[in-house]
Ligand binder design. Structure first.
Ligand SMILES: [Zn+2]
Length: 193
């Protein structure tokens, strides 16, 4: 027989889950929802976020509707590796800001039986795939792509359009600086610039 399921029966199966979408799509809210379930289930978990994200609080992740959960701010993936101990679940918010070493870390963690939850922007304000997010989506076991509502026409929005002229891709968004737009409205606005 080629398939021997019993061989693996004692090994806990790791996974990589990606939650992605535009600004205002409810990504952080979905991440917090999954983590609150772990809290109820008394599972050991840890949440990391890049130090660059100083919205609201350095030691918390907060959704636009003000749900929040404690998080550890880190400068890089090496710091994450140092901090992780025996947690069953490792979550990473704003994953688009980390470098490519996160891809192998996710694989290593999942291969050792951990559940990894990644949350991040899939596209930048120009509509370009954001950093390592496409690669994380490729290696993941599941992807949840969320959508916002277009601020112009009310249709499903995929894009985070930046109001104003700041060209810094790393700028972290607030409601006043970004608008969620659908494909049609995004292209109209871009062509007007
Ligand atoms: Zn629209």
């Amino acid at each position: 027989m080629f398939f021997e399921p019993k061989i693996y029966s004692n090994m806990s199966k790791g996974t990589v889950e990606v939650i992605c979408g535009s600004m205002f799509s409810g990504k952080t809210q979905e991440l917090i929802r999954r983590l609150k379930r772990l809290e109820i289930a008394k599972k050991k978990f840890i949440i990391f976020k890049p130090t660059i994200d100083v919205r609201y609080d350095k030691n918390k992740i907060v959704s636009h509707n003000k749900d929040c959960i404690n998080a550890t701010s880190v400068n890089n993936i090496a710091e994450i590796k140092e901090i992780i101990s025996d947690e069953e679940v490792i979550a990473i918010d704003e994953a688009q800001f980390f470098d490519a070493t996160l891809i192998s870390l996710c694989n290593d963690l999942a291969n050792s039986g951990k559940r990894v939850i990644i949350c991040g922007l899939d596209m930048d304000y120009l509509g370009v795939p954001f950093g390592i997010m496409p690669s994380l989506m490729a290696i993941s076991d599941s992807i949840t792509k969320l959508h916002a509502v277009c601020s112009y026409c009310g249709d499903t929005a995929n894009y985070s359009y930046r109001i104003g002229t700041d060209q810094n891709r790393i700028k972290i968004g607030e409601q006043e600086e970004y608008q969620a737009l659908c494909r049609v409205c995004f292209n109209k606005k871009k062509n007007c610039e």
